[in-house]
Design a protein around this ligand. Sequence first.
Ligand code: CA
Length: 228
Amino acid sequence: MRVLVVEDEPDLASALATGLRREGYAVDLVGEGGVAIDKLAVSEYDLVCLDLNLPDMDGLQVCRFIRSGGATGDEEPRVLMLTARDGLDDRVAGLDDGADDYLVKPFAFPELLARVRALGRRGSAATGAVIEVGRLSLDAARRTAAYGGATLDLTAKEFALLRYFMLHGGEVLSAERLLEHVWDEHADPFTNTVRVTVSNLRRKLRLAGATDAIETVVGAGYRLVEMP
Ligand code: CA
């Protein structure tokens, strides 16, 4: 899942980015609303963590840009509003302008993480924290994945990749699409990072007994095959 963090307080911004990356999210970080809008216009995000008080504009303007269809991608990103204002009026304004959820500063990081997970599930095929495809299961809250009874020992990126495959089971996913949703903007599209991570994930799946779980569709991408 790719997240855009829009936050101008440097300490909070870097703490959010570091914490989310550690959980396997692909995170881009900006400190201004104008820059956020530029990014949303060109890159597909699944979620935007949006500070309401930005130096150049009101965060609600970014939210309105998204809800008016300005963000690129087939699905509009969800919006988690972050604000120091705790007035009821702001909350109502934020939700009226299309925020999906709301968090009042200061907040504990686990609280943010819980909201991010909940928003990540919304609109996807998975309804609970645990996603299952055939004998594969993945628990986003516990950050564990298993095939049959065998636990998969995955890096954060492999975990994020497997989760994306499982949420789009049966679909052919191009390397570009995987790069867009599982990696952040620092990923070089001309490297073989997707191929290498897919290959490592395959190896670990194979060790757990899931041979050929991820199929290569020549010229198109990869597909998670439902294992019997
Ligand atoms: Ca701020």
